[in-house]
Write a protein that binds this ligand. Structure first.
Ligand SMILES: *Cc1c(COP(=O)(O)O)cnc(C)c1O
Length: 349
């Protein structure tokens, strides 16, 4: 098992400035979990794996990029970091800033950040500020602040983030013994899909086709124009003007893949199917697989004989409030043996 900080482990492939310091929580090294039952449900005849990024230190893949971005900013003498966030970037920035002894300021869209993300961000000691406005507006504001003040911007506009995030592609190649045929993943601000494409290219052991999946109510790359009021239950990808949209479109096209949209219903249904095979992920994380299922059903992607990897970007604990009530309602019983026995046997019939 790897016991080294992520960026040291893959040092020969990582391009960061000399002054970058090590700020690590031993991120990365996440499992690639085979999903044979889900593959069979989707028609069978292919291998399906989930890269379970919810097992990073703060529960999302953002940690891979944050170790690089915070380490670089610390090395060049910054004392504070800032980001706009739909939640996971905030939690990750807050944790890595805490690790580095730096201050973190996060700007979020009011009422649109999942409870687990907000709680973590506050626990790590970040200053949390909310605006009545979208993620896109928050990003505009923090970019402007970081230009005027010596506060390091750690959104994925920061190129160092992508250097860290591309390591997930290296791990998949190492775990599979080569690149998969398809890589499916959610697309929000489009940094991650760009980082994966860079990673597979830098590692030089084959390239997958990319299936990037946006939520239908927040799908600017499918619509071909910004979405002013993006709406989706998958709050991590509730983004109407992706900062790396062009790069992502180019990556998908070069790979021979595409960027598509999945409805919230498809995303929620897929989240439940994944959980039914033992992995609980936050809604956005299920978008990649929801898109894959949709394409297979429509006959526009034939998986026969292929190896397909879906990236599940964040843990289910991040956003328990998004579960349908039917899932979380527990039946209340008398504290009584017979009542318990009847409830259990009743379920069986
Ligand atoms: C950030 C995030 C995404 C989207 O990644 P981008 O790089 O913004 O495209 C997807 N899922 C989760 C859980 C995230 O935190």
């Amino acid at each position: 098992m790897r016991r080294q900080p992520l960026l040291q482990h893959y040092a020969e492939y990582i391009d960061l400035p000399e002054h970058t310091r090590v700020v690590s929580l031993l991120e990365g090294g996440t499992p690639l979990v085979p999903m044979p039952r889900l593959a069979a449900e989707l028609g069978g005849g292919f291998e399906l794996y989930i890269k379970y990024e919810g097992l990073n230190p703060t529960g999302s893949f953002k940690d891979r990029g944050m170790t690089a971005a915070v380490g670089e900013s610390l090395g060049r003498g910054a004392r504070s970091v800032i980001c706009a966030s739909t939640g996971n970037t905030a939690a990750s920035a807050a944790a890595y800033a805490a690790r580095a002894g730096m201050r973190a300021v996060v700007l979020i869209p009011a009422g649109k950040v999942a409870s687990g993300k907000l709680a973590a961000t506050a626990a790590y000691g970040a200053q949390v500020l909310q605006i009545e406005g979208s993620f896109d507006k928050a990003l505009e504001l923090v970019v402007a602040i970081s230009k005027k003040h010596p506060i390091a911007l750690v959104n994925s506009l920061n190129p160092h983030r992508l250097q860290g995030q591309k390591t997930a592609a290296f791990e998949i190649v190492d775990q599979l013994g080569g690149a998969p045929d398809w890589l499916c993943l959610p697309v929000g601000n489009a940094g991650n899909i760009s980082a994966y494409w860079m990673g597979f290219q830098d590692y030089g052991q084959g390239l997958p086709k990319l299936l990037g999946v946006q939520a239908a109510g927040a799908a600017p790359l499918v619509a071909g124009h910004p979405i002013e009021q993006p709406e989706t239950l998958a709050t991590a990808i509730r983004i109407g003007k992706p900062a790396r949209g062009e790069q992502a479109m180019a990556a998908a096209e070069e790979s021979g893949g595409r960027i598509i949209a999945a409805s919230d219903d498809q995303i929620v249904a897929m989240r439940q199917r994944i959980a039914a095979e033992g992995l609980w992920v936050e809604p956005a994380s299920a978008a990649g697989l929801a898109g894959l299922a949709q394409q297979i059903a429509a006959g526009t992607l034939d998986p026969s004989g292929l190896r397909i990897v879906a990236v599940c970007t964040g843990h289910g604990l991040k956003d328990p409030g998004s579960e349908p009530q039917t899932v979380v309602e527990a039946s209340t019983l008398l504290a009584d043996f017979n009542a318990l026995e009847a409830a259990i046997l009743g379920e069986q019939t």
